[in-house]
Each structure stands twice: as structure tokens, then as C-alpha cells.
Design a protein around this ligand. Structure first.
Ligand code: URA
Length: 300
């Protein structure tokens, strides 16, 4: 069984274009993930059987201490702070600049209402939302998917064509890479992972969501975070990071730093769609995932 898990993880890393890099370096971070350096190549990262997934997950140490307590959900009240952390490969990372109210505050009444919604009401609200113009061209809104008690929450940018069609985030090509990134961490989207987007409706022609759209959707994301209460948030790409951190930033500058939203640690990495276009940066994304994993383990 162990060999099967390793093979699956190695295949996931290879799919990210990472396996050989990590195997050659002999980094301490690779060991729990790819214990068998000579694992035979497999063509695809097939999801492992449930038992294997559970065993793989058990390789990831859980963070000490209790899950975050009840949290404020108002964006204005959200705690958005950053700390320097010791990341070996980025020793001289600078402190990010303080929050600058990047997104506009939302209408108070709507915000107060969304803060009270349970899962069913929240998803209904998202599906019926007309708070910004993205509603006009969507086929359907895409609330989120996954384990509602997850420790890991991944936040993307917004639905693309396939997601708009199917009503589920990350089901297209970028989603397949995200699945492989999760698999490399011993995770999958059905267990201990929740996936949401910064905006729930597809921007026309897959353009980047505008500030006003991110701001209109932020109460939904905040409510999802408050309901899931993850131990860690991973922002995939710039719009997701800007929404979660309420500030203008560049991924390259924010990588390797620990931010917070609602008292929950946030780490930032590249969006899978960016990585498909820029495979040379997959190794950096893997560094970020290792950083996230250390954070989850309470080691960063
Ligand atoms: N890109 C995203 O950011 N989200 C999706 O759901 C799909 C692609």
C-alpha cells in the first residue's frame, strides 16, 4: 500500500513537472511526500482508493492546538496581518505593506444578512445573486465544493467556461493541475479540502475579475470561510490573494509569507492556470505548498 501511495504522489509531482527536481536535491521537504526516489513512472495521477488517501493524509502532521474560535466575518473587521517567517529559500523576504482598504466596503445590510446564512441559504443566495454585473452572462453561479469541515481551504479566481457549465470550481484543465497539486500534498478535493473562488460567477472571456466584483463577492467568501473554519487558506493567484488580503500585491512578493484573514493563516501561490502557461514556475509553487504544509503542521 505504501508503495502505491508513493507512486501516486510521485506521479502527481511528475504531473506538476516537479518530481525530478525534488528527488535530485534531496531536500528534507521531499521525504514525507516522495519516499521512494525510484518509484516507477505512471502515466497519470489516478486518485488512490479511499484507504490509501486516508493513509496518505495521515503522513501530514496536524497542527497543534484547537481550530480557530468563532470569527468575525465582516471584511472591514477581518484581521489582515502579515508576519515574516523563516523560509529557507527566501530568507530576506520583506514584510508586506499594511492593508490599504483595497476593496470597497460592501453594503452593510447585505453584509449583515450574509453573515447569518447557513450553508443551504448561502448557496441559494449565491445562485440568486445580482450584486454585480457578472450575473448577467453567467450560466450559473459556482459556490464551492468539498469538505465543509476541511482544514485546508483553497481559493481560486473565478469560474471559467467549464465551471460555469457544470457549477463546480476547478473542473477544467487548471482544475486537473490543482488536483495534482493537492495529490502531491496527499490531499484530494473530497476530503479535508474545500475549494472556492473569489468571484462566484464567470467573468466574460475569462478576464480577471475587477475590484468591484471581488468586493461584491467577498461577503460570500468570508461566510464560506467562517462556516468551514479551515486551519489554513491558500490563495491561488493574484485576484484571490487580493480579495483575501484586501490589498494590491504581486504573487512573487507575497510568496513565503504568512498573512491572516479572520485569524486564519493565509499563504499565497501561483494560480494553476498560470502554471500551465509558465511551467518553469511549478517548482516555486511546490515550494509554496511545502511552506503551506509546514504551516499546517505548526512549523512555520
Ligand atoms: N480558475 C479558477 O480560478 N477557478 C475555477 O474554478 C476554475 C479556473
Amino acid at each position: 500500500m505504501a508503495a502505491r501511495i508513493s507512486t501516486w504522489r510521485a506521479a502527481a509531482l511528475r504531473e506538476m513537472g516537479l518530481g525530478p527536481i525534488w528527488l535530485k536535491r534531496g531536500s528534507h521537504e521531499q521525504e514525507p511526500f516522495v519516499p521512494e526516489a525510484t518509484a516507477p513512472t505512471q502515466p497519470a495521477a489516478e486518485p488512490p482508493p479511499a484507504k490509501a488517501r486516508n493513509q496518505a493524509r495521515s503522513l501530514i502532521p496536524s497542527a497543534p492546538g484547537p481550530a480557530p474560535a468563532a470569527m468575525a466575518v465582516s471584511p472591514a473587521a477581518a484581521s489582515v496581518v502579515a508576519h515574516s517567517v523563516a523560509v529557507p529559500e527566501r530568507k530576506h523576504a520583506r514584510q508586506p505593506s499594511p492593508p490599504q482598504q483595497f476593496l470597497q466596503p460592501d453594503d452593510g445590510e447585505r453584509l449583515a444578512r450574509i453573515e447569518t446564512l447557513d450553508w443551504a441559504a448561502l448557496e441559494d443566495d449565491i445562485r440568486a445573486c445580482r450584486a454585480c454585473s457578472l450575473c448577467e452572462r453567467r450560466k450559473q453561479a459556482v459556490p464551492g465544493v468539498g469538505d465543509r469541515q476541511a482544514r485546508w481551504m483553497f481559493v481560486g479566481e473565478g469560474p471559467g467556461a467549464e465551471e460555469d457549465q457544470r457549477g463546480e470550481p476547478f473542473v477544467g484543465q487548471a482544475g486537473r493541475l490543482l488536483d495534482n497539486m493537492l495529490a502531491a500534498l496527499g490531499l484530494d478535493r473530497t476530503q479535508d479540502v474545500y475549494i472556492a473562488n473569489a468571484v462566484k460567477c464567470r467573468p466574460p472571456h475569462n478576464r480577471t475579475p475587477e475590484r468591484v466584483e471581488l468586493a461584491a463577492c467577498l461577503p460570500y467568501l468570508d461566510r464560506q470561510i467562517a462556516l468551514v473554519k479551515p486551519r489554513l487558506l491558500v490563495a491561488l493567484g493574484r485576484p484571490a490573494a487580493q480579495a483575501l488580503l484586501d490589498r494590491e500585491l504581486a504573487i512573487s512578493a507575497a510568496r513565503g509569507k504568512r498573512f491572516e484573514r479572520q485569524g486564519i493563516p493565509v499563504v499565497v501561490t501561483y494560480h494553476p492556470a498560470y502554471l500551465l502557461r509558465n511551467p518553469q514556475d511549478k517548482a516555486k509553487a511546490w515550494e509554496d505548498l511545502c511552506f503551506a504544509r509546514r504551516m499546517m503542521a505548526g512549523e512555520a
